[in-house]
Write a protein that binds this ligand. Structure first.
Ligand code: PEP
Ligand code: MG
Length: 370
């Protein structure tokens, strides 16, 4: 692990006295959270909970959860995931005691968790050729039907983010319960913790209001069961133009906004974040149609305008609204300067970018002093 030299630490200390933007980090496990702390992160701005579900030991349970055909089936899988999630959150909140930890509820394109259709078809063909494997064949065919029923032409525009919470509120209820059970235990152990629950891919205030209620109910239930109180906040990602355009409405149900500029860039420019760089984007840069890769440096006139509007509308409706950014741009110095200019409260970036972000935030404060 790289260590910061004493001289660099001193420089960062000066930067910290000048900057007004807070610098948080994106981390999904206690090890990365600790690294973030070591680099001076003032909390976790994005904990992507779907990463926790990628653990090979959990994938079968996660598949059961997604492929469940009935609520009791899904609840059986969720009951198995609850203690695992509680342990995940306990670990991160403990490392980050004294600082906010923004935990984002599940946001995967579903296909990332499902068995591959082509592989299933190959397996089935092999079984058919071998013959004499009736039962296995029947099971695989049933699985293939379920997987096909869930497959989407455009998964990134599909059944992900809070849409999962709207269709299967029990998934978000489980995650909220896990966050609050971990919180209750930490409070009993004397830790000062600041959990923040974040809802992804919101387009409409009604989504957020509904999922806020699911989250609050979990908090109330856990406090009653455990006989403790703890505070928490609930906020939303702003990563689709509609959310930024209706930020005044969305802010009425949010304690904080976090700009997810990876998706906001994808949805504003209509460029696939997974493909553009390998296809047409180089031509756009060569021909100077775009000055920078918009996924690396904020597209100030497009995405940036939506952000500016989102901050203004959001704070008009809710003056206490905390606003930050957690897309890749949160670690890019020129984007950080823009975030300072439009009045964000914090940027959140990968742990290794935290020192650079602290310097960039200070520089932005110096340059933009009025
Ligand atoms: C984003 O969209 O900018 C974001 C932070 O979320 P993710 O990258 O997980 O989609
Ligand atoms: Mg996103």
């Amino acid at each position: 692990d790289p260590e910061l030299s004493e001289e660099f630490k001193e420089l960062l200390g000066w930067a910290d006295e000048i900057r007004t933007l807070k610098v948080l980090a994106n981390a999904d496990n206690p090890r990365d959270a600790q690294k973030a702390r070591d680099f001076g992160a003032q909390g976790i701005g994005l904990c992507r909970t779907e990463h926790m579900f990628m653990d090979p030991a959990r994938i079968p349970i996660v598949q059961d959860m997604i492929l469940a055909q009935t609520l009791p089936e899904r609840e059986e899988a969720l009951a198995k995931l609850l203690p695992m999630q509680e342990e995940d959150f306990y670990g991160i909140l403990k490392v980050m005691a004294g600082f906010p930890v923004t935990i984002r509820l599940l946001d995967p394109p579903l296909h990332e968790f499902l068995p591959n259709v082509e592989e299933l078809v190959v397996d089935i063909t092999k079984l058919k050729m071998k013959g004499d494997h009736e039962e296995e064949l029947y099971e695989k065919e049933a699985l293939l039907r379920k997987v096909r029923a869930l497959s989407e032409m455009n998964p990134m525009l599909g059944h992900r983010g809070c849409r999962l919470g709207i269709t299967f509120p029990e998934i978000y209820a489980m995650q909220a319960r896990a966050i609050f059970q971990a919180s209750a235990h930490l409070v009993k152990e004397g830790y000062e913790i600041y959990p923040e629950v974040m809802i992804p891919l919101v387009i409409h205030v009604k989504e957020l209001a509904k999922l806020r209620k699911v989250t609050e109910e979990a908090a109330q239930a856990v406090m009653a069961e455990q006989g403790v109180t703890f505070s928490y906040t609930i906020g939303t990602m702003i990563e689709v133009p509609r959310a930024a355009l209706t930020a005044d409405e969305v802010a009425t149900a949010a304690d904080f906004f976090s700009f997810g500029t990876n998706d906001l860039t994808q949805t504003t420019l209509g460029f696939s974040r997974d493909d553009a760089e390998g296809k047409f984007l180089p031509a756009y840069l060569e021909q100077n149609i775009l000055e920078n890769n918009p996924f690396a440096v904020l597209d100030r006139n497009g995405v940036g305008k939506l952000m500016k509007m989102g901050v203004k509308l959001g704070r008009e409706a809710n003056p206490d609204l905390k606003v930050g950014i957690c897309g890749e741009h949160g670690g890019d110095p020129s984007s950080i300067e823009f975030c300072h200019q439009i009045g964000l409260n914090y940027v959140s970036c990968s742990p290794f970018r935290v020192p650079i972000a602290r310097l960039a935030a200070a520089q932005a404060a110096v340059i933009n002093k009025d």
